[in-house]
Design a protein around this ligand. Structure first.
Ligand code: ACM
Ligand code: ZN
Length: 536
């Protein structure tokens, strides 16, 4: 008899787990306002339909995303409808012009219906993400308490950079990276496509750039040791593949900003076109990391012809208003000894170069974004500055009236190691550890900034440089869960941020990483660690 009672109790408990998996909307990034209501909950099971009544293509795509996410995460298959059926509980997507913020959304959950409304399809997409992230994994029935969620991002620019020059990542991983960004409500994918160690974007006018410039004959082992692995390495994206990525990102409300780094970090191009360097070469696609003295010869008109021809193709591939032209780490040594560069007789050779490119892109309706060195070398006030050498250059730029993306190596370099105890880290690079809490505590707008400068801080970005990130598995490990902390810096109001609350939420959120099979660092959960967990 006792056994029967025990079995019955266990069965009841199991049934309760199956029936009443209750959602609490405590997700990442934390929404602006979550107000639980008194009414009965919405029950999500396979009797539910999802609905969009209009004809907007992106909204129809949103509906497909919602269907896919509910199936992916919860394992529940819901039907899609184009007209409301009165008797069916439904999740409805709506465009609502009354919602003021461009990317804002409102979710209302009641007994018979969930509505996800936004002023734009992008806003609705973020509402869908919130619903997706609220769901528990693999249930037949989910209880969704009545709630009203009003949400809007703190920053308009929420970026992630991927360096595909130092190591090449196949299209499949670039898409996964975009998926990871979408899950974290991010909207600008900065794609670092060219550098000393490889040229990765097909340019039809200069086929040598990819035939030759995308390959190196070896790579230094470790951090600029004296040993070269002598293994050929290469890869590039065709224009067709680039279009595929731009479209893939667009569907997820992510703008792809290409970076063609100039006038420094150009060794791979110089190896193909040595006449564009001050010494005339010969040059070799870089094997080592760091900064090379060989840069574009600015005193040579052919350099401008080349850069403009490259940019012509870049702007046909990328609809982004912003085009990133690098501008970082450009030594002046070669210019100082080059008759053509000296004959320019200008104060700042890099400033002279940048002005011409800014003007050229402006004529094409595009805006320049570049690394913070550009500020010292001379830039137009319309150029957006990406502050990487700490936050100070960005704050200075904002005071001068530039728009600024905060992306400091103190908090946002995700190639840096993430713990003082580096024994089990796949990659130990960087000047200091950047752990999840460090990322989380970045405040991109200190009180000390003037009111107008504050308005010029348009967002925050983290960067994955890949000198020491040879595989997608290591990339995942470097990205997660730091991306979650970044997402909250980018999206959630400073006064609502709280690391303890974040830690509780990320502890559950990793179930989604597990579900997609993404590898993440475990420093927040030593109890989950097993030695050598990371995969190559
Ligand atoms: C940079 O890290 N050189 C932007
Ligand atoms: Zn020169």
């Amino acid at each position: 008899m006792k056994q029967i009672v025990a079995i019955t109790i266990m069965l009841l408990i199991n049934i309760r787990i199956m029936v009443a998996s209750v959602v609490d909307y405590q997700i990442i990034p934390l929404p602006k306002n979550v107000e639980l209501q008194n009414g009965s909950p919405f029950i999500l099971d396979n009797s539910v339909a999802i609905l969009y009544e209009g004809s907007d293509k992106l909204m129809k795509r949103n509906l497909m995303f919602l269907q896919q996410y509910i199936f992916d995460i919860a394992g529940i298959q819901v039907d899609t409808l184009t007209k409301k059926a009165n008797d069916r509980p439904c999740i409805q997507l709506i465009i609502d012009a009354k919602i003021q913020a461009y990317e804002g959304y409102r979710i209302v959950v009641s007994e018979k219906e969930i509505t996800i409304a936004g002023a734009t399809p992008g806003g609705v997409f973020y509402g869908i993400q919130t619903l997706r992230k609220s769901l528990p994994l693999k249930r037949t029935t989910i209880e969704m308490p009545a709630v009203i969620i009003n949400d809007v991002p703190r920053f308009a620019y929420r970026g992630m950079m991927l360096d595909c020059a130092r190591h090449f990542f196949p299209l499949k991983f670039v898409k996964q990276y975009i998926e990871m960004m979408a899950l974290h409500n991010m909207n600008f994918f900065h794609w670092h496509l060219t550098d000393d160690q490889g040229w990765r974007i097909e340019i039809k006018k200069y086929p040598r750039l990819t035939e030759f410039g995308s390959k190196r004959t070896g790579t230094v082992i470790g951090n600029n040791s004296d040993v070269d692995d002598e293994m050929p390495y290469g890869g590039f994206y065709t224009q067709e593949e680039i279009r595929e990525i731009v479209e893939y990102a667009r569907e997820r409300y992510i703008t792809v900003i290409p970076e063609i780094d100039m006038p420094g970090h150009m060794l791979a191009a110089l190896a193909c076109l040595p006449e564009l360097g001050c010494t005339g070469g010969p040059y070799q696609v870089g094997h080592k990391w760091g900064v090379y003295n060989d840069v574009l010869c600015v005193g040579n008109q052919k350099t401008f012809e080349f850069v403009k021809n490259v940019l012509n193709e870049v702007i046909t591939l990328f609809p982004s208003e912003y085009i990133h032209i690098g501008g970082d780490e450009t030594p002046t040594l070669r210019w100082e000894h080059c008759p053509k560069c000296k004959a320019l007789n200008v104060g700042s050779i890099q400033g002279y170069f940048t002005h011409q490119i800014e003007q050229y892109l402006a004529e094409k309706g595009r805006r320049v974004i570049g690394w913070d060195e550009m500020l010292e070398k001379g830039v137009q006030p319309t150029t957006t500055i990406m502050s990487w050498r700490g936050t100070a250059p960005g704050f200075k730029a904002a005071e001068l009236g530039h728009d600024v993306v905060i992306s400091p190596l103190t908090h946002c370099y995700f190639d840096y190691y993430q713990t003082k105890d580096t024994r089990y880290e796949p990659s130990v690079t960087g000047m200091w550890p950047i752990d999840v809490e460090k990322v989380y505590n970045l405040d991109p707008i200190p009180d000390s900034l003037s009111v107008t400068a504050k308005q010029h801080i348009i967002g925050v970005q983290a960067n994955l440089w890949t000198e020491h990130v040879p595989t997608f598995r290591v990339a995942e490990y470097q990205l997660l869960p730091r991306m979650s902390a970044l997402a909250e810096v980018q999206w959630t109001d400073q006064k609502r941020k709280n690391f303890n609350s974040f830690k509780q939420r990320i502890t559950r959120f990793t179930a989604i990483y597990d579900h997609y099979g993404w590898q993440y660092a475990l420093h927040l959960w030593p109890e989950r660690m097993v030695k050598d967990r990371w995969k190559q």
